[in-house]
Design a protein around this ligand. Structure first.
Ligand code: SF4
Length: 370
């Protein structure tokens, strides 16, 4: 089954660390929404498998759209594809967009999963990151959604923010656990060039967290959340039993997805495609960048995505899909120094120890074939 992703590339204000594809030119929202409907109509043929299991509204800030506009997209997906097996419709929301009216309207739509950017429950940390909301607003927003009947809520948390580790992070984690949400995504702050944090770093006005500190905070997150009953199922993702993100899991399992909007990516098993136009150009007509994936690309992709997940690599699948040489290569590389301490072999599987997941890139680059 396939997935559809809608990228809503607008934000009221830019966060200090953000290098996602987004714009503050809110006046373009109506024209972009119209262009996205057109793109969806014209690009349905990109997917070979026309049965849709998940729909995801990401951004940017999808909660800048009215719930009725979100539902209009879902309606169009239902018209163009087979949605008899549709299981999950997720919207990313910002806490300050969540009002009683918004939630009441959202409940009338097909959205059955919420992903909220909480990031921290410390107001100083939130201000430092340039978030628009307070800790209290985030707590209230989750409560409103729960009272309205949403029982599948995910919140994002950021750690590795210099000056806001230790006790501050502990309080955030405890606060998030007290919310009683089903899913938690925890990301280490990355400072990219071109962002406000990138400029501050270049001017010496902020520091990156030292490696040792990063590892300690990663373990703090891992230990706190797993002790509370959340399964650490992907490098940055934790879920209560049965509450993994189906949409994101499908990316990691290599299923087809159609991305709609400026900043969205698509994949149909053969071709990877993306649109990176400025929104002013996107409105006039979509242009894609694309690459056809060779067998080696698919092998590397499988190694990369599966090692980021708790289940790891299936050596049987590698042998079936890519040949015995690739399986033997992985088995050889996995016992070499630098990798052997981080991975575990059990039966058919080769996986990274959950508490070592922060070092997954190191293992992945050792096992990919160039
Ligand atoms: S709200 Fe999200 S997408 Fe928008 S600037 Fe902040 S982090 Fe980036």
């Amino acid at each position: 089954m396939s997935s559809v992703y809608f990228h809503i590339p607008f934000c009221k204000r830019l966060c200090g660390y953000c290098d996602f594809y987004r714009s503050v030119k809110l006046k373009y929202i109506p024209a972009v929404v119209e262009a996205m409907h057109r793109e969806l109509r014209e690009q349905a043929a990109f997917l070979h498998d026309k049965s849709i299991r998940t729909i995801y509204f990401g951004g940017g800030t999808p909660s800048l759209l009215a719930p009725s506009e979100i539902e209009n997209f879902v309606k169009q997906v239902r018209e163009q594809f087979d949605c008899s097996g549709l299981e999950e419709v997720t919207i990313e929301v910002n806490p300050d967009d969540i009002t009683a009216d918004y939630v009441a309207e959202l409940r009338k739509t097909s959205v059955n999963r919420i992903s909220m950017g909480v990031q921290s429950l410390d107001d100083d940390c939130l201000r430092f990151m340039g978030r628009r909301h307070s800790a209290q607003q985030a707590v209230e927003a989750v409560r409103m959604l729960q009272e309205a009947g949403y029982g599948n809520i995910s919140v994002d948390v950021i750690f590795g923010v210099e000056g806001f580790g230790g006790e501050v992070l502990a309080q955030t984690l405890q606060g998030v656990l007290a919310m009683g949400v089903q899913h938690i995504s925890a990301y280490h702050l990355t400072i990219e060039e071109g962002t406000r944090f990138g400029r501050m770093l270049a001017r010496g006005e902020m520091r990156e967290t030292e490696e040792e500190r990063s590892e300690a905070e990663f373990l703090q997150v891992h230990n706190t959340l797993t002790k509370a009953g959340y399964e650490h199922y992907e490098v940055s993702n934790y879920a209560l039993s049965g509450c993994r993100s189906r949409h994101n899991s499908s990316y990691w399992q290599g299923v087809e997805y159609l991305g709609v909007g400026a900043g969205a990516h698509s994949y149909n098993g053969e071709v990877r495609r993306w649109c990176e136009q400025p929104i002013e150009e996107y409105i006039g007509g979509v242009e894609y960048g694309s690459e056809e994936l060779a067998k080696l690309d698919k092998f590397n992709e499988y190694v990369m995505t599966s090692l980021r997940c708790a289940e790891g690599i299936s050596l049987g699948k590698v042998e079936r899909d890519f040949g015995i040489e690739k399986r033997e290569m992985l088995e050889r590389e996995a016992v070499k120094a630098g990798v052997a301490e981080l991975v575990v072999r059990d039966g058919d599987g080769l996986r990274i120890l959950p508490e070592k997941m922060l070092l997954s890139d190191l293992v992945i680059s050792s096992l990919m074939e160039m």
